[in-house]
Design a binder for this molecule. Structure first.
Ligand SMILES: Nc1ncnc2c1ncn2[C@@H]1O[C@H](COP(=O)(O)OP(=O)(O)OP(=O)(O)O)[C@@H](O)[C@H]1O
Ligand SMILES: [Ca+2]
Length: 892
């Protein structure tokens, strides 16, 4: 179908829809059944069986299975079956971990699924893009990604960037008029908007004419590459580390086997023991556990209202040293209420709170009658007309559809009894030039009952003043003299220094029937009418969050389009601007070179009257000074800076699709305090990963050393293969997972940010691993020797004791891993998962030791109660010997 050839009416007829009411819910459900969901077919998924089998592709596991097979053939059935069972259980665990990680990543994708504004049953509401059907009427604006193929029926300054489809990155202006021509290429179908393209400017309304695979995008969907799974820098480091550890573990194993054979052990026994040892000592599960820890952290972050879109950001968050934050809505509540108005040298106060339209006007403490104050009336009326926002009463609350700044103007007008309904008969809007944050203005052309036309502009007062040539003063137009300008400047200052956000209103009478087609033509030679000052209260939790960030070595920088005085006043209230801190304005930034900015960037805490384009310059300057930068944003123009920042952050509520797509983190509540929570969580996740690396590696070192030392001392094997495998599965597995869920230490937000290039073993971790591992090995061996010397005929008993000591030493050590400082620093019962994991491990150990049917399988014997004193005594040595000792403190 050539939709571009159809008129609006024809399009509505063909798609059987209604322009005023849209489709009914029933019709939508029916069409969804017929057409299917509005989705592009996805690439094939890896089958569950394949994921399961992948768990066994590891080389050492294969060697182990082969060795087991041999032992089975040699008649050691019980050993063979037990080992295979353990390997399979291990495989299942790996499989579930991987599934879980994948599931939570998918859930994330759904959370950030795109939504669109659709008209259904006569009401505009947000709908998931995948639920669109042909005939849906949809609305979109700057920053939105188009959700389906659409025939436009309304377009206001609409421009769409279609590079995803056509490769052309220059945005195309869009109109609604019918096009003629036979084979108009996609790029020239200017009354169409296509799925996957981006609105860069203006706004539009249209009818959905194609969904899912029946869109232009669907036809090329096969060409789209499936996104690759990203791996984080830490995961990469661990993979490299893993390779080194494999070699070290193998060498040590060969050493153990070699010495064992030299000392007269049987080659076959040593081989099986060696392979088991290698399987246990190689931390093959490390990357998988890291993924699980990351994804669990990501889920915790969702509960705290931030969504991670790019997994590596979780790690980078912990390194953030500067947060550049928007002011409006992020540091402040974005609930605006006009409290002051100014025109022609006169100031009025306006009472009321929030968007509730009750309040009264007063001047010098006395109530005034608005109908007697001509300029005040005009100021309010024009503020209402040059406005795209509606405020409606819903139950007891007033809800805003649109921009809070504009809502404040609507409510101020309502307080003087001006509503759109009331003034509809007197004025109509015939042209609209929407607000953008680079121009910092919005304009309309209106026509009165008397057919007289005006341009009405509202926007940043300093900008409007520059574009004004005269001013309303004592009900007359006066040429704006330098002293007049100064008077207006003073009025702006006086409002701004009370932390008020100021909007100026100006206008220009037109010749009758004069038409204006561009914003440049509209916004010039204006008559300055007056100012409206509105409060935007700071978010109550921000001040504390800023302080916590400062304690954590993170600087907070405010970046705002607002007036410099307003910005400064709020920055001071929030504790962002310290004594001696600098404030830079957008126009100063313009004149500075990149290197000039770098020279001062560390002293600047507030950037005011900036355009989104300046943000990139700021990010680059900070990065040049070796900062790890988090940068927030919401609009299309913020996207480059969000992308360039180390942690790009988009607003979940006010953010456009473009900003979200560029971001690594989305704030569901647009709140600065949420960034702080995310950083805290990011630091904690990293610390937890360190904790279980420390635990796992120290355990592995212990396991290898106990075998190595025994061989050197010409002792029998202190542990049999199945015991080693059991330790690997149970003692190493459960508690390590639980460490991934550990609570943050009290001082995570009191430390400096971690350096992004910091190695895995930094801050004394390597020393801790080696020293604790060494002690675990020695303690286990000591227990073995004591019992074995006592009764050399009962090797199995001594082995059971060694097994129990190794397990207990690890289970005590795991609590030590929770703290950078010492085990005594933290309450061991804080992490209930860990307590649970340790108790389960102990119970499983007791079962293996005391349950008769299992004893032959695990080569164990019931341990006499008094022997437990030796076991527990020795098992505590590794942890408590070094706990809080000078050695640890010096190294950490
Ligand atoms: N809808 C609007 N119509 C006209 N002017 C506006 C509108 N919204 C804001 N302004 C003016 O433009 C200025 C810049 O607004 P912009 O949205 O770029 O930044 P901001 O919201 O003030 O700050 P931040 O960057 O912290 O969100 C405002 O200070 C205000 O004077
Ligand atoms: Ca903004």
């Amino acid at each position: 179908m050539k939709w571009y050839e159809l008129s609006e009416r024809a399009t509505l007829e063909v798609t059987k829809t209604d322009k005023e009411n849209g489709l009914t819910a029933k019709e939508v459900a029916l069409r969804q059944k017929q057409e299917g969901f509005n989705e592009l077919a996805e690439g094939e998924k890896q089958s569950a069986l394949l994921v399961f089998l992948e768990q066994f592709k590891d080389f050492m596991v294969l060697v182990l299975l082969a060795a087991t097979l041999i032992s089975g053939l040699l008649g050691e059935y019980i050993d063979a079956i037990a080992i295979i069972a353990i390997v399979v259980i291990n495989g299942f665990l790996g499989f579930f971990q991987e599934r879980r990680a994948e599931k939570s990543l998918n859930a994330l994708k759904e959370l950030s699924a795109p939504q669109v504004l659709a008209l259904r049953d006569g009401k505009w509401s947000k709908t998931l893009s995948r639920e669109l059907v042909v005939g849906d009427i949809v609305k979109f604006g700057s920053g939105d990604r188009i959700g389906a193929d659409i025939r436009l029926i309304d377009a206001k300054s609409l421009e769409i960037e279609e590079s995803a489809l056509t490769g052309e990155s220059v945005p195309v202006p869009k109109y609604t008029r019918v096009l003629e021509g036979n084979e108009i290429p996609l790029g020239d179908q200017e009354n169409m908007a296509f799925m996957g393209t981006l609105v860069t400017r203006g706004s539009g309304v249209g009818v959905v004419v194609g969904t899912g695979m029946k869109t232009a995008m669907g036809q090329i969907a096969d060409l789209l590459q499936n996104a690759e799974a990203v791996i984080t820098p830490l995961q990469r480091k661990l993979e490299q580390l893993g390779k080194i550890l494999i070699i070290v573990a193998l060498l040590l194993t060969v050493l153990v086997v070699g010495i064992g054979v030299l000392q007269g052990h049987d080659l076959y026994t040593m081989f099986l023991a060696g392979v088991s040892l290698a399987v246990a000592a190689i931390p093959e599960g490390l990357p998988a556990i890291v993924t699980v820890a990351l994804s669990l952290g990501v889920q915790r972050m969702i509960k705290q209202k931030s969504i991670v879109r790019k997994l590596p950001a979780v790690e980078t968050l912990g390194c953030a040293s500067v947060i550049c934050s928007d002011k409006t809505g992020t540091l402040t509540q974005n609930k605006m209420t006009v409290t002051h108005l100014w025109s022609g040298g006169k100031t009025w106060n306006l009472s009321g709170t929030g968007y509730d339209p009750s309040g009264t006007f007063s001047a010098e403490g006395k109530e005034v009658n608005v109908s007697r104050e001509k300029p005040l009336q005009q100021l309010l009326l024009f503020g209402l007309l040059c406005n795209q926002t509606t405020v409606t009463k819903k139950d007891k609350d007033y809800v805003v559809d649109g921009d809070p700044t504009e809502a404040a103007l609507v409510v101020a007008a309502m307080k003087a009894n001006f509503t759109r309904q009331n003034v509809k008969g007197d004025f109509k809007v015939i042209e609209e030039f929407p607000f953008d944050s680079t121009r910092k203005m919005m304009s309309v052309v209106i026509e009165g009952k008397d057919n007289k036309r005006y341009v009405v502009t509202k926007g940043a007062p300093d900008v409007l003043l520059t574009n004004s040539k005269s001013i309303v003063w004592e009900n007359r137009h006066q040429q704006l003299s330098p002293s007049g300008r100064e008077e207006v400047q003073n009025a702006i200052h006086s409002l701004a220094s009370q932390a008020l956000r100021t909007i100026a209103v100006a206008y220009r009478p037109l010749e009758s029937y004069e038409t204006i087609t561009t914003e440049q033509a509209a916004e010039k030679e204006l008559v300055f009418l007056g100012l409206q000052g509105m409060i935007d209260p700071p978010r109550p939790e921000v001040k504390q969050a800023v302080k916590e960030c400062r304690d954590a070595g993170i600087k907070t920088v405010m970046i705002t389009g607002d007036h410099v005085i307003t910005a400064e006043a709020i920055a001071k209230q929030l504790g962002i601007l310290p004594k001696g801190g600098r404030v830079l304005e957008g126009h100063t930034l313009n004149t500075m070179s990149q290197s000039e900015l770098e020279d001062v960037v560390d002293d600047v805490y507030v950037y005011a009257r900036v355009s989104p384009e300046h943000k990139l310059k700021i990010v680059k300057a900070l990065q040049a000074k070796d900062h790890v930068v988090a940068m927030t944003g919401d609009g299309v123009n913020d996207a480059p800076a969000i992308k360039a920042a180390d942690i790009g952050i988009a607003m979940g509520i006010t953010g456009t699709d473009v900003a979200k797509e560029a971001s690594a983190l989305v704030l569901l509540d647009d709140n600065f305090a949420t960034i702080k929570s995310a950083i805290k969580e990011g630091r904690n996740i990293y610390e937890n990963i360190r904790k279980f690396i420390r635990y796992l590696l120290a355990s592995n070192v212990g396991e290898i050393l106990v075998m190595l030392f025994a061989m050197i001392l010409a002792l029998p094997l202190p542990l049999v293969p199945i015991q080693i495998l059991w330790v690997n599965l149970v003692t190493d597995g459960l508690p390590a997972m639980a460490l991934g869920l550990d609570q943050p230490e009290d001082d995570v937000m009191k430390r400096r940010p971690r350096h992004p290039k910091e190695g895995v073993f930094a801050r004394g971790l390597g020393w801790k691993v080696v020293s604790r591992g060494f002690l675990i090995g020695i303690a286990t061996l000591a227990a073995f020797i004591i019992v074995y010397d006592n009764n050399p005929d009962n090797l199995q008993y001594a082995q059971t004791i060694a097994f129990a000591t190794l397990v207990m030493a690890q289970l005590i050590h795991v609590f030590d891993c929770r703290s950078e400082k010492s085990i005594f620093d933290r309450n061991p019962f804080e992490n209930l998962y860990l307590v649970g994991a340790v108790i389960s491990s102990i119970l499983l150990m007791l079962v293996v030791i005391y349950y008769p049917p299992l004893q032959p399988i695990f080569h164990t014997m019931a341990i006499a109660p008094r022997e437990w004193l030796i076991i527990l005594g020795l098992a505590s040595v590794p942890t408590f010997l070094l706990a809080g000792s000078l050695l640890t403190r010096k190294k950490s």
